[in-house]
Design a protein around this ligand. Structure first.
Ligand SMILES: [Ca+2]
Ligand SMILES: [Ca+2]
Length: 324
């Protein structure tokens, strides 16, 4: 049982809103027309991310006249390009696969029946539109849509690792991998309290340890950053060389900036927005990071701030690394 939608107008988040506000019924997009081209793939990704369990396009096949019926694409969108396939009337064995066919394939070939959607944050990737699923065979499939007129670089970061990729302009890419079981937190855990680190270097902005009973060890450390590219680096003594699952405890608030973690000038994890209208304590999941034994600098750079934020501050509680 569930509810069907034809989202010809309105917002793409309606299925999710409906579940939240009207009770958890399964949502289905049973018919959808425009927009076309890459914007269709973009809308498809959004509708699935907003918890639709189905996506059906209106027109699978049309003939060279946009028929055989009169709907739907005569005149205003052009008759040929909006179906999956175009056939020659009276000769169905002759057909041309249209762009929508390949775009739909970027989803349907890799997201298998009974796959479940994987929740994720969007990082800073307002420039690409992703949706992620876990298939019954355990594989993760992430479909990423770049609807821009320029190529886009991005990261996909998961507990089992991180990839960086580039999608050409107006392109859909699908990324499939088998989780290796990393990130399960079974290895040795080393915890570094931010406020206890003695080797801390900033971009000249002041750092202050302050008491807070909600912080681990009763204290957190603030970086009073005031602009993009301000940064703070903690030199941590890493126990052994290897791959670590890295988590960072932070205190979010209304004056916070966005951060990007890096080690030796390589970025790890997504850009994380520490803005929140009230104080909250969260653990950022950076993902897997290769670290060398001995002193290693873990750097956090301010990449900007939320429009609602009053400043670019960062507040750290701890850095926790788990050997894989
Ligand atoms: Ca500064
Ligand atoms: Ca702490």
């Amino acid at each position: 049982m569930g509810e069907g939608w034809h989202p010809y107008s309105g917002e793409v988040y309606v299925p999710s809103w409906w579940i939240t506000n009207r009770g958890a019924k399964t949502q289905y997009i049973t018919e959808e027309g425009g927009p076309y081209g890459i914007l269709k793939a973009d809308k498809m990704a959004s509708l699935l991310r907003y918890r639709s369990s189905l996506y059906t396009m209106w027109v699978p096949v049309a003939n060279q006249n946009g028929g055989p019926n009169n709907a739907p694409f005569h005149g205003y969108e052009g008759p040929k390009s909006n179906a999956f396939m175009q056939t020659i009337q009276g000769n169905e064995s002759s057909y041309t696969l249209r762009a929508n066919y390949w775009m739909m394939g970027a989803f349907s070939r890799y997201i298998n029946r009974d796959a479940v959607r994987v929740s994720h944050n969007l990082g800073s990737a307002t420039n690409v539109n992703p949706v992620a699923f876990k298939n019954p065979d355990g594989k993760i499939a992430v479909v990423v849509v770049n609807s821009n007129t320029t190529s886009q670089n991005f990261y996909i970061s998961a507990a089992s690792g991180q990839i960086s990729a580039t999608l050409p302009a107006k392109t859909v890419g699908t990324y499939v991998w088998t989780p290796t079981g990393a990130g399960t937190g079974t290895g040795t855990v080393t915890n570094y309290e931010a406020e206890s680190q003695v080797n801390v270097v900033s971009s000249g902005d002041s750092t202050t340890a302050f008491a807070d009973t909600s912080c681990s060890n009763g204290q957190c450390l603030s970086l009073l950053a005031d602009g993009t590219n301000d940064n703070i680096a903690f030199t941590l003594n890493i126990p052994t060389t290897g791959t670590y699952d890295v988590k960072v405890g932070v205190k979010k608030g209304s004056s916070r900036g966005k951060l990007q973690m890096s080690v030796n000038n390589t970025n790890y994890g997504n850009v994380e927005d520490l803005y929140n209208s009230s104080f909250v304590y969260e653990e950022l999941n950076i993902g897997l990071v290769p670290l060398t034994s001995g002193n290693q600098q873990i750097k956090f750079t301010v990449t900007g701030k939320n429009n609602s934020s009053t400043d670019y501050d960062l507040v750290f509680d701890y850095i926790k690394i788990t050997k894989q």
